[in-house]
Design a binder for this molecule. Sequence first.
Ligand code: C2E
Ligand code: MG
Ligand code: MG
Ligand code: MG
Length: 288
Amino acid sequence: HVKERGKNDFQLFTHEMHQKLYRKMMIEKQLRSALDNEEFELYYQPIIDLNNNEIVGMESLIRWNNETLGQVPPDEFISIAEETGMIIPIGHWVLNTAIEQNARWQKAGYKPLTVSVNVSVRQLLEPTFLVKVKNAIEKYGLPASYIVLEITESIAMYAEVMVEKLDELKALGISLSMDDFGTGYSSFSYLTKYPLDSLKIDNSFVISMSQDAENKAIVKTIIAIAKQLDLKVIAEGVEGVEEYNFLAANCCDFAQGYGISRPLPATDFEDKWLTRSELHLKPVKNEG
Ligand code: C2E
Ligand code: MG
Ligand code: MG
Ligand code: MG
């Protein structure tokens, strides 16, 4: 029987592997024409200042709707785009779209907000990235101070090259935020080496905070690290009023999460967060 089970396990494994590989190949194939077919869209999620409950910025989050594959979440296709190099043209589109949209909103007279753009290591290492950022700023006339680039801890592997690149980006006047803080690299040395402005506490610590004393402790510790290093700190994954209040009470600077708003298409974001005269956060309802 042992032999039989072993055989079945093996077949199950290869079948699953085959399916994963097939899915990956499909994504790879469909990604190649996605930009030309205008299959991408940017959603925007508000970022709230915990000192006054006012919106101060938004994060742009890519959405992909493909005819064959349907909605493919970024957590699934971004890593494939990174492997294949497609992240370079896709990232270029994201950067330009986010900056153009924010410039348009500012020109329309809405309260000026920052726009946070996720960038992959591969984009940062690409030789023309700095020029691309510079060009976008000039083309759309958005002051660099309203642009935040969100980078991940994987940049820590590149040490000196990356310090140089980030210094050059900083010199343009943009801000740099360390995304998913606490999940990646195990050394803190990069925190002082890189010209960072803020840390984003990863979702995973914040979401279950209220029921999890350890996550609460981690969140408080990350806030303390940020304060000590003179960095701003943003909590993402704020789903309920309890978490929101805890963060405010513990001197977290900014909050972002479903409890405040889901990421929204540009028109919905404009309607819900820009055109309404009350720019103040409505009290977060505890739906749980
Ligand atoms: P991220 O940059 O850490 O973005 C935060 C993710 O958490 C987003 O997922 C957002 O929708 C989700 N989120 C926000 N609030 C909550 C909440 O209260 N609860 C929960 N459970 N989730 C929340 P999304 O949009 O699926 O994006 C996933 C990841 O894909 C991003 O994580 C980022 O790493 C990557 N990504 C998204 N857009 C881009 C992009 O334009 N370029 C690159 N390079 N990566 C991107
Ligand atoms: Mg992000
Ligand atoms: Mg994150
Ligand atoms: Mg993340």
